[in-house]
Write a protein that binds this ligand. Structure first.
Ligand SMILES: [Ca+2]
Ligand SMILES: [Ca+2]
Ligand SMILES: [Ca+2]
Ligand SMILES: [Ca+2]
Length: 298
């Protein structure tokens, strides 16, 4: 019995040491302020984009074969080619820190080939069927999928979901032998600062604070309705800022796209959205706030 007790004490003190150590480490290295890191990352990204190009000639003649994007330095045979910096488009993406301060981050993307279904670009909360390769600015490949996979855009880093939303999917056909082939799909590059990636979290071979490059091929997409309330997740963007991840009407920390009762009045959204089935959200008290977002609608 005494032995058991001392073993337990030993274990407890060991766990205590472990937890102390963890706390000390966390206190030693608070995350760098986004506003500081974003300047450094953007300098690295623009230097890379100014000094590199890619094989855009290969994309001038449409081909049914998959063409791999090859990024190369702007020197030697490439010296007179157009640098990436003149080929990319930019988007400002806000990142909010734990104090509520917002820092704008520049996301760069390059469309090597746009998909034909231009009306069907995925939103940041849809599911995307894609293949990809992720690498660091030094060329180290940290992840790749040659065979397509489904990604739920809400489950990936901000730079990735905002980046893939720039690409339209293509078409597919199924051969007699059951093999599916994809054609005319969107393909290109995404360049993101670490604040839109893993930031201070080291991930395998990805060091903390790493800007990331992804080549993506967007084959098809699926519109998501995460909470099954009959409203597509992309349409649960109450403040219309293009991001349904930040809308939480009843402030219960479950965003509307994932909350089956958006206004928290106990009535599921699907039972108060459009009860008269006229295609317009119901507004019983006529205050301009539809019933499903109005916890006082009588
Ligand atoms: Ca929904
Ligand atoms: Ca929003
Ligand atoms: Ca909510
Ligand atoms: Ca409700």
């Amino acid at each position: 019995m005494i032995q058991k007790q001392s073993a337990l004490l030993l274990l407890l003190s060991f766990l205590f040491i472990l937890s102390c150590k963890k706390n000390e480490e966390e206190e030693e290295e608070p995350p760098i302020d986004y506003a500081i890191q974003v300047v450094e990352d953007d300098a690295l990204l623009t230097a890379f984009l100014e000094s590199h190009t890619y094989n855009y000639e290969d994309f001038e003649n449409p081909s049914s074969e998959r063409i791999q994007i090859v990024i190369d330095t702007l020197s030697g045979d490439n010296a007179n080619k157009t640098p990436l910096i003149d080929l990319v488009e930019t988007t400002q993406i806000p990142v909010t820190d734990s104090d509520g301060d917002i820092t704008q981050h520049t996301l760069y993307h390059l469309v090597a080939q746009q998909g034909v279904r231009v009306e069907d670009k995925p939103s940041v909360v849809d599911s995307v069927y894609l293949s990809y390769e992720g690498k660091l600015l030094n060329g180290t490949v940290f992840d790749s999928r040659t065979s397509p996979v489904w990604f739920d855009n809400t489950q990936v880093v901000s730079g990735f979901r905002n980046g893939v939303s720039k690409f339209a999917p293509g078409t597919f056909s199924v051969a007699n032998n059951g093999v599916v082939s994809f054609e005319d799909y969107g393909q290109g590059l995404i360049f993101m600062p670490s604040g839109l990636g893993y930031y201070n979290r080291q991930q395998g071979v990805i060091p903390a604070y790493s800007p990331l490059i992804f080549e993506v091929l967007i084959y098809t997409i699926a519109r998501a309705d995460h909470d099954g309330d009959g409203i597509l997740s992309r349409d649960e963007d109450v403040d219309l800022d293009g991001n349904p991840l930040n809308d939480d009407t009843d402030e219960d920390l479950v965003p509307n796209y994932f909350d089956s009762d958006d206004d928290g009045d106990g009535i599921p959204t699907r039972f108060e959205y459009d009860e008269d089935e006229d295609g317009v959200p119901d507004d019983t008290d006529g205050d301009g706030i539809p019933d499903y977002l109005d916890n006082d609608n009588n």
